[in-house]
Design a binder for this molecule. Sequence first.
Ligand code: ASP
Ligand code: MG
Length: 608
Amino acid sequence: MALIVQKYGGTSVGSVERIQAVAQRVIQTAQTGHGLVVVVSAMGKTTDGLVKLAHEISANPSRREMDMLLSTGEQVSIALLSMALQELGQPAISMTGAQVGIVTEAEHTRARILSIETERIERHLQSGRVVVVAGFQGISSLSDLEITTLGRGGSDTSAVALAAALRADCCEIYTDVPGILTTDPRIVPDAQLMDEITSDEMLELASLGAKVLHPRAVEIARNYGVTLVVRSSWTEDPGTKVISPIPQPRPLEGLEIAHPVDAVEFDTDQAKVALLRVPDRPGIAARLFGEIASQDLDVDLIIQSIHEGNTNDIAFTVTKNSLNRAEAVAAAIAPALRNQTDPIAGEAEVMVERRMAKVSIVGAGMIGRPGVAAQMFTTLAEAQVNIEMISTSEVQVSCAIAEEDCDRAIASLCQAFNVTSSPAKSGAGRREPNTEAAHNLLPPVRGAALDLKQARLAIRHVPDRPGMAARIFTLLAERNISVDMIIQSQRCRLINGVASRDIAFTVAAIDADEAQSILQSSNLGFGEVIVDRSIAKVSIVGTGMVGRPGIAARMFEALAQEQINIQMIATSEIKVSCLVAEQDGMRALQIVHAAFGLSGNQRIVVPA
Ligand code: ASP
Ligand code: MG
């Protein structure tokens, strides 16, 4: 007998009729003899309604009382669904988070799950009942019984956590869309349904703004190897499968908080090419990386930083034996890149670093746990390692450093995160599918996303010495501010006798003011902190882009053809992000989506 966890979202249980339809569906599965745990959200927009009620009474209600209030929504739907099942002759029982024993941190309104008691659920399953569990809620401890909630949209996380704790065979998320789409169909009407996606890709897309799944649910699926399917509540279509590689065994204790980092990886075969003072106009990244791709050179990290004045720096890493050819390409382009608006600045200049290495920490939910990247930077600073380039993503944070620092960096990171290290395998090695041939069949780009809710901060004149990134990002992590796209300019300038760089990064727009004021009052010896809110971040994601030259170039080219200026570029192994002006954002997403052949002719209508 298999054990299945099904989760139905708010719309799927939005009315009595829908609850009855869900009950039919649940019974179909139960009748095949499988054990079945069903997690439900609150009916329709109930939770929004409760939030509104609270705010009619208090502008700033206590978080404990918010949890007390919001957790009632799910209590209604579990009782009604159980009644509907019983009415159809199916034995069923509803249980709250407390009754199950879903223990969370004592952090009201955004608690992470620590552990789940399985004994009561298992007993009910044994006796032939369908167990209907309230999503989104837990308790602070088995003795305290303080009701907590997991954060909006958290029922997905409840379902996957239950599947992990019960070692279920499968977790099915039923929703009002047919599955996971290549991008947001409200902006790109010809977005297509995917048959499958890896959990790493899904994590990236979810953190870039794709809203189908709660990102924490995907983290748990990845960490515990839960088979996850997203499909429509109204049809029999198979939906989208989220695939996770076989995970390293990990304890169920500390479920959502233990070991955010599961490995340290390194790659000593890296060299860096930087093109300094390139004019800030469309088409330059396209030209540079187009030429590089036409030589079949595989580029690893790419960054384009903003800089005072009208010029940017672009830097990228390649393997050591590609360096000479990459340098030649850059040198051939440089003379043409004369800065018309500032003739004194002259032409672009090429700089190479022959002996570089990359160290990475690998895990799930890195951007969502800002303390993790901060700890990496602090660890490197304490080991006196200067960070030359930073690449962040949900599944990996990497730093390009001098090769001679690599051993020291690895040793200190392994100690700090209590893990072992290994040479970086190409993405094809670490992730499913694990043969080269299968990897080459993967689409290079699985999906594209647009994030309009970010702001960019630029810090001028940051002294270039180990520890600056650590201090800056620790300050932000202490306030729980997540940072993405961290880019240090390549050029150093002497400011009052100190070699200094600019550092720019993006944060959620709602965190921008706080981040700016923390940094301005920090006394870390840097210059102005400038906020720009009128930006958009366009990204492509795909495990299949690893080891395939020309993917980033194709994105830059598509944007250049439409005269869209790229302000900043940041890449990680499986993602390329470009910052563009806010008003170009939607068009940029449409162009990029089409450029990778993601468009199709199915029309998928998504409820607003
Ligand atoms: N009812 C909660 C919310 O609306 C949890 C959920 O739907 O997943 O945020
Ligand atoms: Mg919901």
